[in-house]
Design a protein. Structure first.
Length: 407
């Protein structure tokens, strides 16, 4: 059976390759990461002698993907499936697709085989492809390159030399639902924010590995015409490919800038008043203050602001003998994502004990923030002198940051 009319159709991206993924316009939360602009789950169909599907999609989007495939060929003609990454947004419907398509072979990295088995338990006979190994598609060849811990142990990319396409799984991606498939068709400022947000929230803990892997990939001198990630737009112009590669090199280096993120929460506005005075000290010292009250800010936006900041100042009121819950949330999240090269300080208000500040201090130490100003803590409501101390705290952090950025 050949192709048939479908409500969802494939998008041709090169002579023999089609995008057959799904657009998730309504995604607002990706395991704790706020996805204001939805996402896409990209999958690709290679019409080679051996018809091959690269990755699948999140389980609820299986039919959308099958329709897109059916707009080109009968899905049962797929002979190979390559799973570049076993996280459920790319593998969720894999068992059902295997059941429907009955491919001759399914490939994953050695760790991918283990991860898929641990997820689905009854997916047997997935073949492991070794790092640098090739899969012959007859008239074309896929080369598989492991990218362990970008961002899971199973992660790999695959390169189709004949069409100059690097299927990059999560690398170089972003959560952005768009009907415009290519980066050059989309708004640059939005892509810059979303690619940064994706890296900060998903990839940042593995920056050292990203640096080495990027270097290794670039040393192969692959002729790349398209970078096709598993989320968001595809990069197809030399300028865009250079743009996203340079962005990643910048993320890896994470050179501090004169930007200070001030994150806080408050009960009766005392800590809020203090945060405002801290920000004023930062501003007067000539740095940018990004003030993020946790009553409204989301943890995934805070870490996105931190990725190019040089300082993190944290403030909390004391509640029930401890840190305010929203501050524990955001600081736990930041601690896990391991931003490097931060200086900072802490502040806050209290009633009858100061235990919150020990917790704040522990969090900042665990994140690796070098505290360059004495904490300012205030009983109940700040006086004018207390606010001057907060101003000085902000000024001190900003001045230290400026010296380091200049050095
Ligand atoms: Fe898009 Fe790691 O999954």
């Amino acid at each position: 059976m050949a192709s048939s009319p479908q409500p969802f159709v494939a998008h041709k991206i090169s002579d023999s390759v089609y995008w057959v993924g799904a657009i998730d316009w309504s995604l607002t939360d990706f395991h704790g990461y706020k996805t204001d602009r939805g996402s896409t789950y990209n999958a690709f169909l290679i019409i080679a002698d051996t018809i091959t599907l690269i990755d699948t999609v999140k389980k609820p989007f299986k039919d959308e993907m099958l329709c897109r495939i059916a707009s080109v060929i009968d899905p049962e003609r797929i002979q190979y499936i390559v799973s570049n990454h076993s996280e459920m947004d790319h593998s969720g419907c894999l068992p059902e697709i295997i059941e429907t398509v009955k491919p001759e072979k399914v490939f994953a990295s050695a760790n991918g085989v283990k991860a898929l088995q641990a997820h689905f338990h009854d997916v047997s006979s997935i073949e492991a492809v070794e790092n640098g190994g090739t899969i012959s598609l007859g008239n074309m060849t896929l080369t598989c390159l492991e990218t362990r811990m970008i961002h899971w142990p199973d992660s790999m990319v695959s390169y189709l030399a004949e069409e100059k396409i690097l299927f990059a799984q999560d690398a170089f991606g972003m959560h952005l639902a768009t009907s415009k498939l290519f980066a050059d068709e989309n708004d640059r400022a939005i892509m810059k924010w979303e690619a940064t947000k994706y890296y900060a929230n998903i990839v940042m803990p593995y920056s050292a590995i990203v640096g080495k892997t990027l270097e290794a990939l670039l040393s192969l001198n692959l002729d790349i015409g398209i970078i096709a990630p598993d989320h968001g737009p595809l990069w197809r112009t030399p300028e865009d490919i250079a743009w996203i590669l340079e962005m990643y090199q910048g993320f890896v280096a994470r050179k501090p800038t004169n930007k200070v993120v001030i994150v806080y929460d408050t009960m009766w506005h005392s800590t809020e008043l203090m945060a405002r005075a801290v920000a004023e000290g930062v501003r007067v010292a000539g740095s940018e203050a990004k003030v993020m009250p946790m009553s409204g800010a989301h943890r995934s936006d805070v870490i996105t602001e931190i990725i190019d900041a040089g300082a993190l100042i944290a403030g909390s009121t004391t509640m029930n003998s401890g840190i305010f819950p929203s501050m524990a949330d955001v600081l736990t999240y930041i601690r896990g994502l391991q931003p490097k090269n931060l200086i900072g300080a802490l502040f806050g208000s209290y009633g009858w004990n100061k235990k919150a500040f020990k917790e704040l201090d522990d969090y900042l130490n665990a994140i690796g923030v070098e505290q360059v100003a004495e904490p300012v803590t205030v009983n109940y409501v700040p006086t004018r002198e207390d606010l001057l101390d907060c101003f000085s705290l902000g000024k001190r952090v900003a001045e230290t940051l400026r010296e380091r950025c200049a050095g």
